[in-house]
Ligand binder design. Structure first.
Ligand code: ATP
Length: 330
């Protein structure tokens, strides 16, 4: 496996559409790095530039110690897994898995042995004779992963690989990818717009917005110490409440508080945050409930684990001063 290093990477599409604006990032050997951000923030463009599928407007890409900016995609030794699987529909699973190896003119026995090992790991042994049309979404995605694995790449690039699966299968495959990455000790760069996927999968996550990196770090670090209000409001479900105009807060700052840090009842200390509002909606999540409270600072979400609540109730909630964040207004 290899490390990947991006320096001042830029991509401007025709008609001056800047998609990636000077991105610098190091992905370590054997690391699971997740690029996450809203639609259009430049995640896929970044991944495609690493793969060599998109030209680079400016900047440098190293895979291992080699600068690959002028290396063709086939010679970068990376494998990409796409959202839509990109399997050959007329070929069997076996043929799909062996296609890349045959193109590289590997010996028949080597091909068979690599496929057997991979099929075993991914539970594809019984499916080798089927065509993609005869497989479920999860099985197809496993074949796409297998096709990437048999090539034994230096780096795996995964572009929203689970988006086409239903919620249950997504969680199953998420776990499988995480275990696989650990077992292979693979360098993986994984693109998603789903913050919960990013938080559960990544050794580190790179949060992007409008072609720029907002923050890079281990999931728990970026969750607990968001660098700015964008990161604070992107991570978490529901995301952090960002309140404007709270007394004793600078007028050019937003006050942030996570829904799970707000408790029902009056504040204990004068420095704590206290909010009053009317309960607008109660969202059941099974293990807890999210209360939507209409306050004079906008709608505030509060996660509760006990208590009886109904719409229209007048409620007071509070959060300890140590659980509050201050962000400059952008
Ligand atoms: P999504 O999650 O929706 O896939 P993304 O974060 O992966 O989004 P990109 O697909 O990298 O974002 O797109 C970044 C920006 O570049 C967007 O504004 C998009 O419209 C633009 N863009 C992407 N591909 C092209 C293209 N081929 N030609 C022109 N503009 C493009």
């Amino acid at each position: 496996m290899s490390k990947v290093s991006l320096r001042n990477l830029c991509k401007t599409y025709a008609k001056d559409v800047p998609a990636v604006k000077g991105l610098s990032l190091d992905i370590y050997d054997g690391e699971f790095m997740v690029l996450v951000g809203p639609s259009g923030c430049g995640k896929t463009t970044t991944l495609r530039m690493i793969a060599g599928l998109e030209s680079v407007t400016d900047g440098v890409i190293h895979i291992g110690d080699r600068s690959v900016r002028d290396v063709s995609p086939g010679d970068r030794n990376v494998s990409m897994v796409f959202q839509n699987y990109a399997l050959f529909p007329h070929m069997t699973v076996l043929q799909n898995l062996s296609f890349g190896l045959k193109a590289r003119k590997e010996a028949k026995t080597t091909i068979r042995s690599k496929i057997d090992t991979t099929a075993d790991k991914l539970g594809l042994k019984e499916l080798l004779k089927r065509r993609p049309g005869e497989l479920s979404g999860g099985q197809r995605q496993r074949v796409a992963l297998g096709r990437a694995m048999v090539r034994e790449p230096d780096v795996f690039l995964l572009d929203e690989p689970l988006s086409n699966l239903d919620a249950k299968m997504r969680i199953t495959m998420r776990r499988e990818i995480a275990l696989l990455q650990r077992e292979l000790n693979a360098t993986m760069i994984y693109v998603t717009h789903d913050q919960s996927e990013a938080m559960t999968l990544g050794d580190r996550v790179c949060i992007m917005n409008e072609g720029c990196i907002q923050q890079v770090g281990p999931p728990i670090e970026v969750y607990n110490q968001p660098a700015n209000s964008f990161v604070a409001s992107f991570l978490g479900n529901p995301p952090m409440n960002l309140l404007d105009g709270i007394p004793n807060t600078s007028p050019d700052q937003l006050l942030g508080v996570r829904p799970e840090k707000l408790k029902i009842g009056r504040a204990k200390e004068s420095t704590d945050l206290e909010l009053e509002g009317i309960l607008d909606m109660v969202e059941e999540t099974g293990d807890s409930r999210v209360l939507h409270l209409k306050t004079s600072y906008g709608v505030v979400t509060v996660r509760v684990h006990e208590g009886q609540f109904s719409s229209g109730m007048q409620l007071t909630c509070h959060a300890a001063n140590t659980d509050l964040y201050h962000f400059p207004k952008t």
